[in-house]
Write a protein that binds this ligand. Structure first.
Ligand code: PEP
Ligand code: MN
Length: 338
């Protein structure tokens, strides 16, 4: 960290800053210029924060010089990390597709969805049992029964399962049903206690981007998980809020190459919650794969019109199958497969 002193800062003020740096276990490097003094804090500056120095007398501003995330940073781990989700590698040369309904509804809906997802060529199945709904009066998900339905429908097709965890108190139950990848939704990206809990288990985590989160905040959220020992983290861009109201969210395609550069961890894209309309899903999916996404999370329902949640954005199994064919061509064009 560098602390820039105001022109005319006195010796006592400089010494107070030095003392604070030393008290945190770092060493000090002072550079006295003609106009102002710069104080460098040398060591692991992650324990320091500009807030510690900015209010001190004589300080103009202070700033970090290294990134605040470490375990997730490509800087410290050059190779791509490939995460094994129950035998399906995510982050390798193959682009993986996760398909399934927004929410688990009935045994018939789930078995038709599982067949559709498998037949289309996707390798993993999604389905929400615990739903974060804007309205408390809306369907909240089937809960544990939903986990059971998802697990058994997916098992008949040999598909690993992905489902959202909203409450750390359900984590044991998720492990009991052997959820293969735990999804942290956009609304919980900065639920730090929840992140710490999934950081302690040995299950891949799909970390969705907060709808108003910066790239840095998203990476820091992943670092919360990683610091607990769980490094199997998959980032999922799902659209961000902007001034635009013509579609649900704006798919931030730029985030894909930026994140791939910043982190060694896989990056997938959810085109369904980004556009919010089924007809937008193919275009957004192609864009995501072309931009380098390692996978897609797509909502698929055997009968979208009757879906209990996010009906307008679900693909039918046959639309999903057509899309996978198109995506395969896009993936091949950039030297990957699908
Ligand atoms: C979902 O995947 O069904 C979901 C609720 O996603 P998000 O957290 O991105 O809104
Ligand atoms: Mn949904």
């Amino acid at each position: 960290m560098i602390i820039v002193m105001q022109p005319g800062a006195g010796e006592a003020e400089i010494q107070a800053v030095e003392a604070k740096i030393l008290a945190h276990g770092l060493s000090v490097h002072v550079s006295r210029g003609t106009e102002r003094t710069l104080i460098g804090a040398v060591g692991d500056e992650r324990v320091l924060d500009p807030e510690m120095f900015d209010p001190m007398p004589g300080v103009e501003k202070s700033m970090h010089i290294v990134k605040q995330y470490k375990i997730v940073a490509r800087e410290w781990h050059r190779e791509n990390t490939v995460i094994d989700v129950a035998g399906v590698p995510i982050g390798g040369p193959t682009v993986q597709v996760i398909g399934g309904p927004c929410s688990v509804e009935t045994p018939a809906q789930m078995s038709a969805a599982a067949v559709g997802v498998k037949t289309a060529g996707a390798r993993l199945m999604r389905g929400g049992a615990f739903k974060p709904r804007t309205s408390p009066y809306a369907f909240q998900g089937k809960g544990v029964e939903g986990l059971e339905l998802l697990r058994s429908a997916a098992d008949t097709q040999g598909l690993p399962i992905v489902t959202e965890l909203m409450d750390a108190r359900m984590l044991e139950t998720f492990l009991k049903y052997d959820v293969d990848a735990i999804q942290i939704g956009t609304r919980n990206m900065q639920n730090f206690d929840l992140l710490k809990e999934v950081g302690r288990v040995n299950k891949p985590v799909i970390l969705k981007r907060g709808m108003s989160a910066t790239i840095n905040e998203w990476l820091m959220a992943a670092e919360y998980i990683a610091i607990g020992g769980n490094h199997d983290i998959i980032f999922c861009e799902r659209g961000i809020r902007t001034f635009e109201t013509a579609y649900r969210n704006v798919l931030d395609v730029t985030a894909v190459p930026v994140l791939k550069r910043e982190t060694h961890l896989p990056v997938i894209v959810d085109p369904s919650h980004a556009g919010g309309k089924a007809w937008m899903v193919p275009a957004l999916s192609c864009a995501a794969v072309a931009a380098g996404a390692d996978g897609l999370l797509v909502e698929v329902h055997p009968n979208p019109c009757d879906a209990w949640c996010d009906a307008d954005q679900a693909l039918t199994p046959s639309e999903f199958a057509v899309l996978i064919g198109q995506l395969r061509a896009v993936a091949r064009a950039i030297g990957r497969d699908l």
